[in-house]
Design a protein around this ligand. Structure first.
Ligand SMILES: Nc1ncnc2c1ncn2[C@@H]1O[C@H](COP(=O)(O)OP(=O)(O)OP(=O)(O)O)[C@@H](O)[C@H]1O
Ligand SMILES: [Mg+2]
Length: 460
């Protein structure tokens, strides 16, 4: 139930308002003057205060002042007579939510009160969400214990709360955007926007106005003037993804923003100043682009003040089990768990696979398994075919290989036997087909089957 305090030196108004608000489901407290109103505010929490503007001794402005400075979660509505509308407008400038002029109608009162309470809830929700977002992007969602990821953690820690320009390079899906978020939400800019723009995904002709905005009439179709991403990001951070895709003309404009944080909108003459931290990312080698003359060297040095290099997943395989576990938990949170772990065989294949799509690919594999896998323990056969393929080809070294002192010869023979069996299995023991799979001719296969003493029963 919302708690509302009414302050007015007119006892009739006090009672009328209190009755209306009470019958509408609010808890109401009344105070006959500004002084006792502030006392009540000191002792109790209120969601909303309605205060008369003109009262002897302590007036509505003083009450408002107290609220704005000391009871910051409380909203305030000013009650005012005709003569004092100007002061009411001043009150809004000073932080009041709205004002109501006397004589007050019940409808008007209820509408304004409801709006004020709704505004208060939205504001609190907004604060809560922002906090949650900051929490989410602290570091605990950037998973990895490999040296490479630990080094990146350390670097983030060092540079987050500075304004230095950062260039993140790494293949697709390695976590460049995630790192950007971690940096932004751990900086003092975290209350301000993080604006993301993918320079490679926007046609060149549109990118300039997207980044810098445009004035009305700047080009056909520019009916209204519009601010660009740099202005949107003012006070915060801009993330220029695939920065290597920028045209030479735009590179010049970006260079200027890096030098003095100024630019003009497309078709505009007014110089606009912004305070924006720039983080850019690239999945191609910019030095090659520089050598080819496609990327300005001076811009590269300006962007690359702090370089962060994210290695591909296959160069930090020790992170794979952690990531598997993380995504398994993440995507099944609050649901009945379908999968809980991976068998050794399955995990080995996951570790051996090359993950060209990096963490994003791994994430998608887990998402898919959660939907499709019927077993709690994911086994080798549950994995997508292309991962199984790799698993098979690097599989044969058994744990007891060295203990038993197998010779290379017998190991190779053993491996050959498996491959042949697999091929025969796949082709239902039709030898011509199996030979084709193994890229040998049928006669050789038949000989090998004989040598290995393979029979169809042996495959079962
Ligand atoms: N270390 C990590 N821990 C947890 N999740 C990660 C990690 N790295 C990447 N991810 C996840 O993988 C996915 C891809 O990451 P992200 O979008 O940051 O990659 P990217 O490098 O920006 O890729 P692209 O170049 O394709 O844009 C995201 O869902 C992200 O949350
Ligand atoms: Mg990205």
């Amino acid at each position: 139930m919302p708690r509302i305090l009414i302050i007015d030196d007119d006892p009739v108004i006090l009672k009328v308002i209190a009755d209306i608000l009470k019958s509408n489901g609010n808890e109401v407290v009344a105070a006959p003057n500004g002084e006792s109103g502030i006392k009540k505010l000191e002792r109790n929490y209120f969601d909303l205060v309605l205060t008369d503007l003109v009262m002897p001794d302590v007036g509505g402005m003083e009450v408002l002042n107290y609220i704005v400075n000391k009871a910051t979660k409380t909203q305030c509505i000013i009650l005012t007579g005709y003569g004092t509308i100007k002061s009411s407008v001043d009150a809004i400038k000073n932080g009041a939510f709205d004002y109501i002029t006397k004589p007050i109608t019940s409808d008007e009162l209820l509408i304004v009160v409801e709006k004020a309470l709704e505004f208060k809830n939205l504001k609190e929700e907004n604060i809560r969400l922002k906090k949650e977002l900051r929490q989410k992007y602290r570091y605990n969602n950037l998973i990895g214990t490999s040296k490479a990821i630990q080094d990146i953690y350390d670097l983030i820690e060092k540079v987050a709360d500075t304004d230095s320009t950062i260039l993140i390079s790494g293949a697709s899906g390695t976590g460049k955007e995630l790192i950007t978020r971690a940096i932004h939400y751990n900086s003092s800019r975290s209350d301000k926007p993080l604006v993301v723009i993918n320079c490679g995904a926007i046609p060149e002709a549109l990118l300039e106005s997207e980044l810098f905005g445009h004035e009305k009439g700047a080009f056909t179709g520019a009916y209204k003037s519009r601010i660009g991403r740099f202005e949107m990001a003012n006070g915060g951070t801009i993330f220029l993804d695939e920065v290597g895709e920028m045209s030479p003309a735009l590179q010049v404009k970006l260079l200027r923003v890096l030098q003095d944080q100024t630019f003009e909108r497309v078709g505009g003459t007014k110089t606009i100043h912004v305070d924006v931290r720039i983080i850019s990312a690239t999945n191609k080698n910019l030095t090659i682009a520089i050598n080819k003359g496609n990327f300005r060297e001076d811009l590269y040095y300006r962007l690359n003040i702090i370089p962060i290099k994210v290695p591909p997943l296959k160069q930090r395989r020790s992170d794979i089990p952690l990531l598997v576990d993380f995504f398994m938990k993440k995507f099944q949170k609050g649901k009945r768990k379908r999968i809980t772990e991976f068998s050794h065989h399955a995990m080995d294949a996951m570790l051996d696979y090359d993950w060209h799509g990096n963490v994003r690919e791994l994430e998608n594999v887990i998402k898919r398994l959660i939907v499709l896998c019927d077993n709690q323990v994911v086994d080798f056969d549950d994995l997508p075919e292309h991962i199984q393929q790799i698993g098979r080809s690097i599989q044969p070294v058994e744990e007891d290989f060295f203990e038993e002192g197998l010779t290379l010869d017998s190991a190779v023979k053993d491996y050959e036997k498996r491959l042949i069996l697999e091929a025969l299995d796949k082709s239902n023991w039709v030898k011509t087909k199996a030979a084709k799979l193994l890229h040998i001719n049928r006669t050789t296969l038949v000989e090998k089957i004989k040598k290995q003493k393979l029979t169809e029963i042996a495959s079962a």
